[in-house]
Design a protein around this ligand. Sequence first.
Ligand code: HEM
Length: 451
Amino acid sequence: MSHPDPIRQRRAGNGWMKSRHPGGPMPRSSPARVAHDQTVRLLRNGCPFTATVRAGSGVIAVDQPVALRLVGRRAVLIGGPAGVRTFYDETLIRRRGATPAFLQNTLFGRNAVHGLDDETHRSRKRLFLDLITDDAAADMHRRALQGWRAELAAWPDRGTVWDAAVRIFGTAVQGWAGVGPGGMSEIPDLQATRDRRSRDLATIVDGFGSVGVGALRARAARRRADRWATAAVLAARSHLGAQPPTPLTHIAGFRDTDGHLLPERTAGVELLNILRPTVAVAWFAVFGALALIRHPDLRDRLSGSDESSDMLRAVANEIRRTTPFVPLLAGKARKGFRLGDVQVRTGTRVLLDVPGTNMDPGRWSSPESFRPERFLQDPGAATSDHFVPQGGGDRYTGHRCPGEPFAVELVTATLRALSESSWTVPHQDLTVDARRIPTRPAGGIRLLVQS
Ligand code: HEM
């Protein structure tokens, strides 16, 4: 295997960071005293943003709250296990209105589960939990493995892991969900339609943390996706019960707390809230390939493993822990409460520091090192409240991502397929620009596959 350039990561903070807050230390005890807004810094810094805020405030430990201003409003940054427990305490934190509307509408869609609270949230959450079962996740693994094997057998000259993962995961999840050509069965090329949709779903994720062209592309892709997803729901409703049930018909026929079907557009939004993040696992797949490149011994260790291998799962979890995906999650204080010496007032944005928690040196030894063994030594680590790549708390009653089983199975399928095939890495730039949200090596990782 040829060796690529050393991988340079432009990171900041939490051991990733070189420079301190240029404006000097920020006061931390009262949000009211924090004068300048940090929104531009968030957009410029990406995942290292939270570490930059901490360093600027002089508060390095992730479990110490830090007051700041974001999107023109007072906010407090929390993290670590205690921060996770506070963030997921629904007597203290609500979600309604917490994520700025432009972000909520582009990434999650209007009236999505992410912004609901209490009984309305728990009822809608059932929709996802009923569908994303262990059996469904195993099915996704099989579909993705088959997809990777087919792609690798016909790998194009300039093929990238990124393009392949978007196509494979998009095809797998649309096939599983029973999403066809959109009610127009005369459309001859279902695969081309599915590939186009998968690219749109990836574009939505790719642009959610950008301003300018990336954001405009994401919004246009969201509009197209909302249109076909709404049409798919309407088509499914027109013959509910007449065809074998599928995830699509389950969503189309789902009744909310009021006993009514969801408005067709909302049902379409929730359909996309399964399809889009499944395609987003392509980001983890790219970091999986990067791990195999940087740690060539891993390929040998994983080669021949089947889906039940503990090592395969440990590597997938370490990829999830170390991939910089989202810098923070947002809630709002339902009432005033005290966190250390920070007084949180009603309506204050409470922000969970995701990378700071996943990289907390108080909980993870050598957190910057890629060491899958840590998940073998401590099998409880993957469900602990210091491992929050897809949120924390309880998956059934809280907002924790219901898609973790899919993410793990798609990453393990990717690792299996890449470990069992023969490929080299042509010269290319594998730099990860951590300031981008979400980030990956920009070229998507080009491989030369030997047939
Ligand atoms: C790259 C892979 C993924 C990442 C990084 C990711 C991350 C997250 C995060 C951070 C949250 C928010 C948790 C919170 O608000 O407390 C979330 C929620 C959610 N995710 Fe994922 N996720 C991924 C894959 C998936 C998949 C594969 C699915 C579905 C098959 C999915 C469906 C959802 C849904 C429906 C929610 C909203 C849950 C709620 O509000 O109750 N995600 N995800």
